[in-house]
Design a protein around this ligand. Structure first.
Ligand SMILES: [Fe+2]
Length: 187
């Protein structure tokens, strides 16, 4: 069997900022492009999160990885969060490692099972295939985490845009609380 040999490489993860160096791709999400994700309409086009990727070929022989830096903030009672996605190839797994800040990872299956895990520096989260995932910044500083996944997994954001997650993470009396999503399942 022949295989394409990639050159090994090293990148540096800045534990303070969460940024990767070198990074080959940067995605930026602002509130206005994900406004429907929140129950209340946002009133400003604030930067919510940035993604810093390592570039490798997107095949199932490789592992893609990135850091995400999610700013603190809220829309109504909902904390700033990522869009959330299933993997297009549903059985592809992923690992998250908390780098900075305090967060919640909301996980859900297509059948409506759900779970919330708490993220902090050093927390390691195994996301098995079939579980959609979204990160939420429940703290007052940026939330940064590193994620690595099988490179051909792909991102299915549309299913989450249509159905949402079964639960939301909101601020209640100054602390994060997990509450049912009143719009869950609405197409
Ligand atoms: Fe993922």
């Amino acid at each position: 069997m022949t295989m394409e040999l990639l050159a090994p490489f090293t990148a540096q993860l800045d534990l303070g900022s969460g940024q990767l160096d070198p990074t080959h791709k940067r995605i930026e999400r602002r509130l206005m492009e994900m406004g429907d994700a929140y129950l209340e309409a946002p009133d400003a086009d604030t930067l919510v999160y940035e993604v810093f990727n390592l570039q490798v070929p997107e095949t199932n022989a490789n592992i893609l990885s990135c850091t995400t830096v999610l700013q603190p903030g809220k829309v109504g009672r909902e904390y700033f969060m990522t869009k959330g996605h299933f993997h297009e190839i549903r059985d592809r797994a992923e690992v998250y490692v908390g780098v900075r800040g305090q967060g919640a990872m909301v996980l859900a299956t297509e059948g409506g099972e759900h779970e919330v895990q708490w993220m902090q520096p050093g927390s390691v989260h195994y996301i098995p295939g079939g579980w959609a995932h979204r990160s939420v910044n429940v703290g007052s500083e940026p939330l940064a985490f590193y994620a690595a996944w099988i490179a051909d997994a792909g991102h299915d954001y549309g299913s989450i845009e249509q159905r949402g997650f079964p639960v939301l993470v909101v601020e209640e009396d100054g602390a994060p609380a997990v509450v049912p999503n009143p719009r869950y399942g609405a197409a």
